[in-house]
Design a protein around this ligand. Sequence first.
Ligand code: HEM
Length: 446
Amino acid sequence: MEVRIGSRPVLVLSGLDTIRQALVKQGEDFMGRPDLYSFRFVTDGQSLSFSPDSGEVWKARRKLAQSALKSFSVAPSPNSSCSCLLEEHVSQEAEYLVSKFLQVMEQEKRFDLNQYLVVSVANVICAMCFGKRYEHDDQELLSLVNMGNEFGEVAGGGHPADFIPVLRYLPSRTMELFKDINRRFNAFVQKIVQEHYSSFDKEHIRDITDSLIGHCQEKSAGEDGHVQLSDEKIIHIVNDLFGAGFDTVATALSWSLMYVALYPDVQRKIQEELDQTIGRERRPRLSDRGKLPYTEAFILEMFRHSSFVPFTIPHSTTKATVLNGYYIPKDTCVFINQWQVNHDENLWKDPSAFRPERFLTPSGAEVSRTEGEKVLSFGLGRRRCLGEAIGRWEIFLFLTTLLQQLHFSLRPGEPVDITPQYGLTMKYKKCEAFQIQPRFPAKSSP
Ligand code: HEM
């Protein structure tokens, strides 16, 4: 079970029961993050998700990030009929995508829809973090999206120095590239944060950045008032939320649209459900969650089948521990293999088949909770994804809004290769064969 690469012990955990057992112990033993990636960051590992610290400071940072994220997603939307800010931002972007897709289709007859998806999703997280939506051809936004792609490629590739620390002192092009991306990304966030500082008004908190500056100025961390966070550490929280919040959601949507195009019957069933439950007169809302079991089963099957986040961010044992009778030393780097769980033949009948029905109760009227909980996509335990709820809501709303109005297909006769390309998030090869038809004449949104 234990492998040693260079001077570091590394462990890959597979098997849902083993992982769940580790989770029970994770509270104390598996909670940390290894310092292995930290040194790669120009931020010296001060960001939340790469923090090796599992103590009071980390807890305070996570709590702060969670509360800021919550405030600027579920808070009521003052300027629209939407139930909350997240619903307002996603609905706006999804409507934009509907008209953009139709316009590009008219001109090109077939196209790669991912370049538009990623910009829309990035705009949602920009709105929450920085209170600002960009035009889709804005150079600042496009270079940000590009940086996200570069980051995924370089970070996902791994580096020998992760395992043999002394190699970090040797010159490396990958490392320079990695540092450069982080420097550019930090500079971008830094600039926005400075603008926020200069117009900050504690009586009028505009977005996540303002909310964090507010905490920073109070020099307290929510209820854990005794934990003080420096300005710099607070800024890294914005980096983390922003960095983690768009590539993941965009990749989930990209796989979703690929699956509906590949499986027209599945697409038809989702659209029938949307027509019956929501109709065509109004747009989907977050409050429709729970009323669309087939659509929700589809989203679960998309997560399971694609397993596009194959491993969690590495964990680390914070003390020596025993799992399944094996001794695991302190500071062992632990990878959790989500892909294996989602394709385990002991858990799933015919795991390579794409079948949303597997998540429905026999009557088809509900999603089976037990089956749903077997899918691993957001990690587990106290360091599981902090944006899980937001991510799931975004995917639901984007997808239902798009599928209510548009029919997705692939140009017949064109080869499509959906073999996942390895990276931080796995994507299929660039596909320019998407075709789109409106399902009914456009009506103005309520
Ligand atoms: C489909 C969407 C998403 C997927 C599949 C996903 C997946 C993950 C995974 C696998 C982890 C590592 C968990 C672990 O190590 O056990 C993670 C961590 C994290 N995610 Fe997500 N994520 C998604 C969306 C988001 C969003 C929208 C945000 C923020 C707006 C976010 C913020 C974070 C943060 C901050 C962490 C680090 C947590 C920590 O270290 O304490 N994620 N995510």
